[in-house]
Design a binder for this molecule. Structure first.
Ligand code: PMM
Length: 292
């Protein structure tokens, strides 16, 4: 089947799954915490991600790893803004990963072209109106509560149906607050209030999201379900986060094959190749000799 246009107002269409490179400007993110805290190093890393094939660089200043505590808004602003500004100035498409309306607004002013809110607008009631005013695409991820308690919220009957339905309700809420439905991206929120089996169930059924009629972003990168899959057979210890990139690339290709609009990943090189392989295969299946 030909890949349909993503229909996302304000975002280029690559006719393949897009790659969102992760840039965590935090001391404590689960796999890259502390590496890019210095703004100069962070901007250099963002440029490197773009050079390796990231279509968008997602800049975040607050860790959302399980158990993480919130940081003050001023600190988040101080981490994120110089990096967003530095990358935007050099022409890199930037998104901001934040649950705070104040940070989203300032980041858009600094050049971010997309707001990625892991709480889907739930953590800050001003978020939907802020995004509506800014007129930028909005990633609405499935979320049930703050990271410090999210593992206790992973209780589902039919995880796929419930997660899709909860995101549908968030879509209705943010559209009522003025967000243009054509600018919404949805995300199942792998690892957020999800157990390992829930993540696999969601990944196995990405086609269920077509019911919402919006582009789908998937964030499998280095997550716990991959670490557990690849656990050391002798000790049962999960594979360390930094050694999960090959599995992440495989997962990205499989998400692309199920129609994902974009994948959010730490190491973009292999993933940029993987989504091109998927696009080539899709093009050949559709009877076109060359990949897009
Ligand atoms: N995962 C993390 C952070 N932000 N945003 C979206 N849209 N989807 C995700 O799955 C997601 C996210 C956690 O991973 P990180 O701490 O390594 O960035």
């Amino acid at each position: 089947m030909e890949r349909p246009s993503h229909g996302l107002a304000g975002v280029p269409d690559h006719h393949r799954c897009a790659v969102m490179g992760i840039l965590n400007v935090t001391p404590d993110s689960f796999s890259d915490g502390g590496r890019w805290l210095d703004p100069g190093r962070a901007v250099a890393r963002g440029l490197e991600l773009a050079a390796r094939g990231a279509d968008i660089v997602d800049v975040g200043g607050e860790s959302t790893r399980p158990g993480a505590r919130r940081i003050p808004a001023e600190e988040e602003l101080a981490r994120v803004l110089p990096v967003v500004r530095g990358l935007a100035r050099q022409g890199v498409p930037v998104s901001v990963d934040t649950m705070r309306a104040e940070v989203a607004e300032a980041a858009v002013d600094a050049g971010a072209g997309l707001v990625n809110d892991v709480s889907g607008g739930l953590a800050d009631e001003a978020m939907a109106k802020t995004v509506a005013r800014a007129g930028v695409p909005f990633v609405l991820m499935h979320w049930r509560g703050q990271s410090r308690r999210m593992d206790d919220l992973a209780d589902y009957g039919d995880v796929v149906a419930e997660v899709v339905e909860e995101v549908r309700r968030r879509m209705d809420a943010v559209v009522s607050a003025g967000v243009d439905p054509e600018r919404i991206v949805v995300d199942p929120g792998l690892g957020f209030a999800k157990g390992r089996r829930d993540d696999w169930a969601l990944l196995a059924s990405l086609d269920a999201w077509a019911a919402l009629g919006r582009p789908l972003l998937v964030g499998p990168s280095r997550k716990r379900f991959l670490g557990e899959l690849l656990a050391d057979p002798a000790t049962g210890e999960p594979r360390p986060a930094r050694e999960r990139d090959a599995a992440t690339a495989a997962t990205a290709a499989l998400a692309a094959a199920q129609g994902a609009w974009a994948v959010r990943v730490h190491e973009v090189g292999a993933v940029a190749d993987a989504v091109r392989v998927e696009a080539a295969l899709r093009a050949h299946r559709a009877g076109r000799a060359t990949a897009p």
